[in-house]
Design a protein around this ligand. Structure first.
Ligand code: PNS
Length: 163
């Protein structure tokens, strides 16, 4: 059984992430979506909230599992008995960082390969950071995130102080 890992911060999950999740779930037999619990960053959503949102938006895909992790991705992949890491490539600007990460991960675990899916063109511009920026100024984010996530972002923005 080929199990894949699609890891990220997912703060929050966007249509761009979902596009990669759905397409990757057709390539591997099981896809584990790994939500990085990075205490150094200060995310908009807690790791539990990010896991919950991912569970909600992927509930119709039975071979997609959502889990959180801390530490190295290669260690988490080993724990999950995953064979491949899946990454999405939006544009050439992603390439340097992605190549560096894939090479480093392969040095740490030569049995683990990284495969890249090119993001669908309609999401090539999209990032969680821009979604938060637009939402922070009260803009419409319905083209960027599923309705469940949109609601959670709006609720969070209402309680955040401006600035
Ligand atoms: O949200 P992102 O930036 O797409 O996710 C990046 C992520 C979580 C895949 C990456 O930062 C990661 O794997 N972090 C875990 C720590 C690790 O293994 N670092 C070494 C990679 S070179």
């Amino acid at each position: 059984m080929v199990r894949g890992i699609y890891a990220g911060s997912f703060d929050p999950v966007t249509f761009g992430h979902l596009d990669i999740i759905v397409r990757a779930s057709r390539v591997v037999e099981e896809l584990v979506v790994g939500v990085l619990n990075n205490r150094a960053k200060s995310p908009l959503f807690s790791v539990e909230e990010r896991v919950k949102m991912l569970e909600e938006v992927t509930k119709e895909y039975p071979n997609v599992k959502i889990r959180s992790f801390t530490g190295l991705l290669v260690e988490f992949a080993k724990e999950c008995e995953a064979r491949v890491i899946v990454r999405g490539l939006r544009a050439i600007t992603d390439f340097d960082y992605e190549l560096q990460m894939a090479q480093t991960n392969r040095i740490m675990n030569p049995d683990l390969d990284t495969i890249f899916l090119t993001t669908s063109l309609e999401y090539a511009y999209l990032s969680s950071t821009t979604v938060k920026e637009v939402a922070g100024f009260g803009g419409d984010i319905s083209a960027f995130v599923p309705p469940f996530v949109e609601k959670k972002i709006q609720e969070r923005m209402e309680v955040l102080p401006e600035g």
